[in-house]
Design a protein. Structure first.
Length: 64
């Protein structure tokens, strides 16, 4: 699962791992022990967000 820094918490990570989902969440700057993050996969999140942004601008698609 790709998520932003707002979801960086031990509870979220544990919940995802228990369900068999690999979290790709960058650590917050103030985290004492930064968790590992695959930044190569995290770049895909930005690409996906840009794609939806372009679709919404060009075709007036509502995502809600």
């Amino acid at each position: 699962m790709l998520a932003d820094k707002g979801y960086d918490g031990d509870e979220v990570r544990q919940s995802l791992l228990m369900r068999g989902v690999m979290p790709v969440i960058p650590p917050k700057a103030n985290r004492r022990t930064p968790a590992a993050c695959d930044f190569r996969q995290y770049r895909d999140r930005n690409r996906i967000e840009r794609m939806f942004n372009r679709l919404k601008q060009a075709r007036r698609i509502a995502t809600r």
